[in-house]
Design a binder for this molecule. Structure first.
Ligand SMILES: C[S@@+](CC[C@H](N)C(=O)[O-])C[C@H]1O[C@@H](n2cnc3c(N)ncnc32)[C@H](O)[C@@H]1O
Length: 375
């Protein structure tokens, strides 16, 4: 059966794999190397809508043909591509784009293979047009796994776009607390899955990092902060990020208390949240205590009064960097065992966790959990 390959961006591959599973929940992804994932056949419209909102996914290759150079030769790949092009029902102009991952594969010129694929296409009646082609073929050579893959390209290999224009320092309202938009976008996608009619709740919005990402991908979003200066600043940032863009998004940013969401959240939003994204403050907290665990616990309990069934929570907290994701977590504030107990007590069930490097002595833990609504 024809297969689809997802090509992930390199800034955090495990998180990007999780995002891929969240945005395409019906697909069964099988990792084949650090950067790529294979899946069963996917409809094109699902791939393009997922790409439009993804943070960690670069592009997809459809009808993908793949060779592991440990067992096969490039001739095997060209033979497979030949069959795909021969059987393709349409003809027209075509371009072959190529991408090298983790440097060069010894003795292989990606450009030359692209040229050979172009020649095969011409022999089957296609013409070559690099500027405005009807079809694009993507060729990926991954030196970390010695794998070469080729298929119809959905998206592109240009990694210079995406969330970069919304970098924290570019925004009208900036504070050092602002989240990197790549991580903010990915967190929203992990919490909510494919874009739909449900909403995302950001109970401690700060400068509005999550709301900017949610609204620019057309999600509904309610954002709250105790501090009215943050609410004004976040509103300014979202207006700037949307830049007159006409999205389907219905959003609201308001003053309120994350520990009392049943009263802070307007009634018309109750029961609409499929995901909660939480980036709590550290240092002395808003309720005048240093008890971070209590602030998180109260926020989760309170979120359960307004979320829908099977809602997910993505929580971002500072940790000390560790070598691998499976080792015990060293929180910057408090100990891991008490933290896990607190999550259980507050009604959150941890599903998975990942690390994102910040600098030598600081990482972020990105934690995914389910939270059950309170009756
Ligand atoms: C770490 S910042 C969030 C940063 C945000 N993700 C961003 O991209 O800018 C935490 C925010 O939580 C707010 N906050 C703290 N306690 C709160 C509470 N009980 N209810 C609502 N907001 C609260 C603070 O005012 C602060 O703006």
């Amino acid at each position: 059966m024809a297969q689809t390959l997802a090509c992930l961006r390199g800034w955090n591959v495990p998180l990007a794999q999780a995002e891929c599973r969240a945005l395409l929940p019906a697909a069964i992804f099988e990792p084949i190397s650090a950067r790529m994932l294979l899946t069963k056949e996917q409809q094109l419209n699902l791939l393009t809508t997922s790409l439009a909102c993804a943070s960690g996914i670069q592009c997809f290759l459809q009808d993908v043909q793949l060779v592991d150079l440990a067992d096969n030769s490039l001739e095997d790949l060209l033979e497979k591509v030949n069959t795909v092009l021969q059987r393709f029902p349409n003809r027209g102009s075509l371009a072959v784009r190529y991408l090298r991952i983790s440097g060069r594969i010894n003795g292989i010129s990606t450009k030359m293979i692209a040229g050979e694929i172009g020649s095969i296409a011409v022999s089957h009646g296609f013409t070559i047009d690099l500027n405005n082609p009807n079809y694009e073929i993507g060729l990926i050579a991954d030196a970390s796994a010695n794998i070469v893959a080729c298929g119809w390209l959905v998206g592109d290999f240009d990694d210079s776009i995406g969330t970069a224009p919304r970098r924290a320092t570019e925004r009208p309202f900036f504070k050092p607390i602002s989240l990197d938009p790549r991580l903010a976008r990915l967190a929203v996608n992990l919490a909510c899955g494919p874009v739909d009619d449900h909403a995302v709740l950001d109970p401690m919005t700060g400068t509005g990092g999550f709301v900017m990402e949610a609204t620019t991908m057309g999600r509904h979003c309610l954002a709250i902060d105790m501090n009215s200066a943050m609410v004004e600043g976040a509103q300014q940032n979202v207006t700037w990020a949307l830049n007159g863009q006409n999205t389907e998004s219905n959003y609201q940013i308001m003053v309120g208390d994350a520990c009392n969401l049943v009263d802070s959240v307007p009634k018309n939003w109750h029961g609409r949240f499929s995901g909660v994204v939480l980036d709590p403050p550290y240092g002395r907290n808003s309720h005048g205590t240093d008890n971070h665990l209590a602030l998180i616990e109260n926020t989760i309990r309170s979120a359960r009064t307004v979320v829908m069934n099977q809602a997910k929570l993505v929580l971002i907290i500072p940790i000390k960097p560790s070598e691998n994701d499976n080792s015990d977590v060293q929180l910057l504030h408090g100990d891991w065992t008490s933290f896990v107990d607190m999550m259980e007590q507050s009604g959150a069930t941890i599903i998975d966790r990942w690390q994102e490097h910040v600098h030598g002595s600081l990482s972020r833990l990105i934690l995914l959990a389910t939270i059950a609504p309170l009756d």
